[in-house]
Design a protein around this ligand. Structure first.
Ligand code: ZN
Length: 115
C-alpha cells in the first residue's frame, strides 16, 4: 500500500464519518420539523377557534386584519410577523433576547422578564 493509498483511505474514512454525522443531524432536523408542524397545527386550531368566537360576538374579519396590521407595525416593519421588543429594567434601552446581561449598563437579564 502506497502513501497515496493510505491518504485516500483516510479521506474515505473522513467522508463516511461526515456522512454519518450529517445523517444523524438530518434525523434530528426531521424530528424538529415535525414538532414545529405540530405547534403550527395547534396554533391554527387556536386561531380558528378565536376567529369564530370573535365573529360570534361581532368582531369582523376586517377588524381583525386591521388589528393584525397595527400589531405587525409595532416593531417598525410590516412583514407579517412581530418580534416583541424588550427593554432593560435599569436603563430602559433595548435588550436582545440572546444576551444574559444588558450590553449598556451590565444589569443581569431575568429571562422570565423576556417571556
Ligand atoms: Zn441596561
Amino acid at each position: 500500500m502506497t502513501l497515496y493509498d493510505l491518504f485516500q483511505n483516510f479521506k474515505i474514512f473522513e467522508a463516511k464519518d461526515d456522512a454519518d454525522r450529517a445523517s444523524l443531524r438530518s434525523t434530528d432536523n426531521v424530528g424538529e420539523i415535525n414538532k414545529l408542524r405540530d405547534q403550527i397545527d395547534h396554533l391554527s386550531l387556536v386561531c380558528q377557534a378565536t376567529c369564530e368566537l370573535l365573529d360570534e360576538i361581532g368582531i369582523s374579519k376586517k377588524m381583525m386584519l386591521a388589528k393584525i396590521q397595527e400589531i405587525d407595525l409595532r416593531d417598525g416593519k410590516l412583514d407579517g410577523k412581530y418580534v416583541k421588543q424588550h427593554t432593560c429594567r435599569s436603563c430602559h434601552r433595548p435588550l436582545a433576547a440572546r444576551h444574559l446581561m444588558c450590553m449598556y449598563c451590565g444589569v443581569l437579564v431575568d429571562k422570565a422578564e423576556l417571556l
